[in-house]
Design a protein around this ligand. Structure first.
Ligand code: F0G
Length: 457
C-alpha cells in the first residue's frame, strides 16, 4: 500500500521568514511576553489559531469573484442559504461577521438575567456573552476530559447526569437552551459522539427545551464519528452531518474554521418565530438580514467552503496532519491532551515545566519558550485565560495548564510539523533549567489574555 498524502496540490504560496534567537528575545520583550502582541512577521510558524487562517481553494477564490454585493436579496445570500439548507438542514439563518456575533444575535433574543445555559465546556466568547448578560454557563463536560493521559474516542462528551441535574434543579423558564459544542475546543479539540448528541437532544427535549449546537468544528466532529463510532463507517460525512443537525433546534457557527473562510459566520434556526425575533438584533448589530456582517463575495466563499469542508478527503488530510504531529511528539515522550484533537495539539504544560510555580503562569511560560526556541507561536489555555474570580478578584488556576498548537487548514506541510515537534523537544530537553515564569504588569478586567502585559518573574 502507498503512504498517505494530501488531497490537494499547491497553486499559490506565501513566504515566511526565519529569525535569530537574539531577534526573538528583543521582539518578545517589546511585546511584553504576550504572544498576541507580536507582529506576525516575527513569527515563523503561526499556531495561534486555526480560525480564519486556512487557505481557501481555487473554487472558493472563483466564488469570490462571482459575489453579488447587492444590499438586499443578493445571489450570494441565496447561495449561502441553499448550502445551509442542503448540507445542514436549516431553513432559516442570519449571516454574521463571525461566530461570536452569531452568539450575540441569538443571545440578545434568548437570554435574560439569571438564566442558565448548561453545556460541555462553552467556548470563551460563548461564556462571555452568557455571563455579560448576568446569566450562568454551568460546565457539564465528562470528568475524564480533565485528565490529559486518558485515551477516549469521544472525550468532548456532555455528562448526561450532570446535565440532568441542572435541568432538574432549574425552573424551565430560566433555561433558554442547552449548548453543545462540537468539537469541544476547550477540552482539547475532542469530539462528541453521535450517541451523546442524540441523548443530549432527547434529554433536552424531554424537558421541553431547545438544543443549540456551537458548530465551529462540526465537520471535524463528523469525521471522528465516521472513523471512531460503530455504525457510521460506511456513511458519508454529509450524511453524518445531516443526522447531527436533525437533533438540534439552532446552530451558531464561526465559519472561519470548518467552512475555511477568513471571515464569516451565521446563526441558523428551524423555528421561524425565533428567526424573526432575532432579525432585529442582526439588523442593529450586523447588517440587513440578507448580508448581516458579510460581503457578498464572502458569503459565496462560505457556501463553497461548507461543501468542501464536509468532504471526507479534505477532513482526512487535515486531521491526519494533526495526528502526525501528535505521533512525532509521542516519539519524544512529550505529554499532551490525548488523543490528538481535530484542530490542535494541547501540550500539558504542568507536566512539562514542573519547576515553574503556578503563580508565574506555567502554560504562558511554555509558550514564550517555544517562541524563543524557533519562532513558533501557540496560545495559552491556562490561568491567564481563566481571568480573575469576579467576586474575590483572585487569579483563577484551572486544573489544566495547556499550550494549544492550532494547525491552520491547508496551510503548512508535514515538514513544518517536524520543525514544531523538534522545537518542542528542545524545550522539553531543557525543562529542568526553566524555573521561573512571568508576572502581570497590566491587565484588562475581562478577556485579559489578549492584551495582558508581563515581565520576567
Ligand atoms: N465557538 C467555538 C467552539 C470557537 O472555537 C470559537 C472561536 C467561537 C465559537 C467564536 O467564533 O472567533 O468566529 O467569533 N475560536 C477561535 C479559536 C477564536 O482560536 O479557537 P469567532
Amino acid at each position: 500500500e502507498l503512504p498517505f498524502s494530501e488531497s490537494y496540490r499547491i497553486k499559490m504560496v506565501e513566504p515566511i521568514r526565519k529569525s535569530t534567537r537574539a531577534e526573538r528575545e528583543q521582539w518578545m520583550k517589546e511585546a511584553h511576553y504576550n504572544l498576541f502582541l507580536l507582529k506576525s512577521d516575527y513569527v515563523f510558524i503561526d499556531l495561534l489559531t486555526d480560525s480564519g487562517t486556512g487557505a481557501m481553494s481555487d473554487r472558493q477564490w472563483s466564488a469570490m469573484m462571482l459575489g453579488d454585493e447587492s444590499y438586499a436579496g443578493a445571489r450570494s445570500y441565496y447561495n449561502m442559504k441553499n448550502a445551509i439548507r442542503d448540507i445542514l438542514g436549516f431553513d432559516y439563518f442570519l449571516p454574521t461577521h463571525q461566530g461570536r456575533a452569531a452568539e450575540n444575535v441569538l443571545f440578545s433574543a434568548l437570554i435574560k438575567e439569571g438564566d442558565v445555559l448548561p453545556g460541555n465546556s462553552h467556548f470563551d466568547t460563548t461564556k462571555g456573552h452568557i455571563e455579560y448578560r448576568r446569566a450562568f454557563a454551568p460546565d457539564c463536560t465528562i470528568d475524564e476530559a480533565a485528565d490529559t493521559q486518558i485515551e477516549l474516542p469521544f472525550k468532548g462528551n456532555m455528562d448526561l447526569g450532570k446535565l440532568e441535574k441542572v435541568l432538574k434543579e432549574t425552573p424551565k423558564e430560566k433555561i433558554p437552551c442547552v449548548v453543545l459544542t462540537i468539537t469541544n475546543n476547550t477540552a482539547g479539540g475532542q469530539p462528541v459522539s453521535m450517541k451523546n448528541i442524540r441523548e443530549v437532544s432527547e434529554l433536552t427535549h424531554r424537558y421541553g427545551l431547545r438544543l443549540l449546537i456551537d458548530s465551529a468544528r462540526f465537520a471535524e466532529n463528523a469525521y471522528f464519528i465516521k472513523t471512531r463510532e460503530a455504525g457510521y463507517e460506511n456513511k458519508s460525512i454529509k450524511e453524518i452531518v445531516r443526522e447531527i443537525y436533525s437533533y438540534a433546534d439552532m446552530m451558531t457557527m464561526s465559519s472561519k474554521k470548518d467552512a475555511i473562510v477568513n471571515m464569516g459566520g451565521f446563526v441558523a434556526f428551524k423555528d421561524e418565530e425565533l428567526f424573526k425575533r432575532c432579525q432585529m438584533f442582526c439588523i442593529m448589530n450586523e447588517g440587513f438580514i440578507t448580508y448581516g456582517g458579510m460581503s457578498g463575495r464572502d458569503m459565496n466563499a462560505l457556501a463553497q467552503g461548507l461543501d468542501e469542508g464536509t468532504e471526507f478527503d479534505t477532513l482526512e488530510t487535515r486531521i491526519k496532519q494533526v495526528e502526525y504531529l501528535g505521533k512525532k511528539l509521542d516519539e519524544y515522550g512529550i505529554p499532551y491532551q490525548r488523543p490528538a484533537g481535530g484542530h490542535a495539539i494541547f501540550l500539558d504544560a504542568k507536566k512539562i515545566l514542573t519547576h515553574v510555580p503556578k503563580e508565574e503562569f506555567i502554560a504562558q511560560t511554555l509558550g514564550v519558550e517555544l517562541y524563543l526556541e524557533a519562532g513558533i507561536r501557540g496560545v495559552e489555555i491556562g490561568s491567564i485565560l481563566a481571568d480573575r474570580d469576579p467576586v474575590t478578584k483572585e487569579n483563577r488556576y484551572p486544573r489544566l495548564e495547556l499550550l494549544r498548537l492550532a494547525i491552520p487548514r491547508r496551510t503548512y506541510t508535514n515538514n513544518h510539523m517536524d520543525v514544531i515537534a523538534a522545537a518542542v523537544k528542545n524545550v522539553y530537553d531543557r525543562r529542568e533549567s526553566i524555573t521561573r515564569g512571568y508576572v502581570i504588569t497590566f491587565e484588562n478586567p475581562i478577556m485579559r489574555h489578549f492584551t495582558v502585559e508581563l515581565e520576567k518573574a
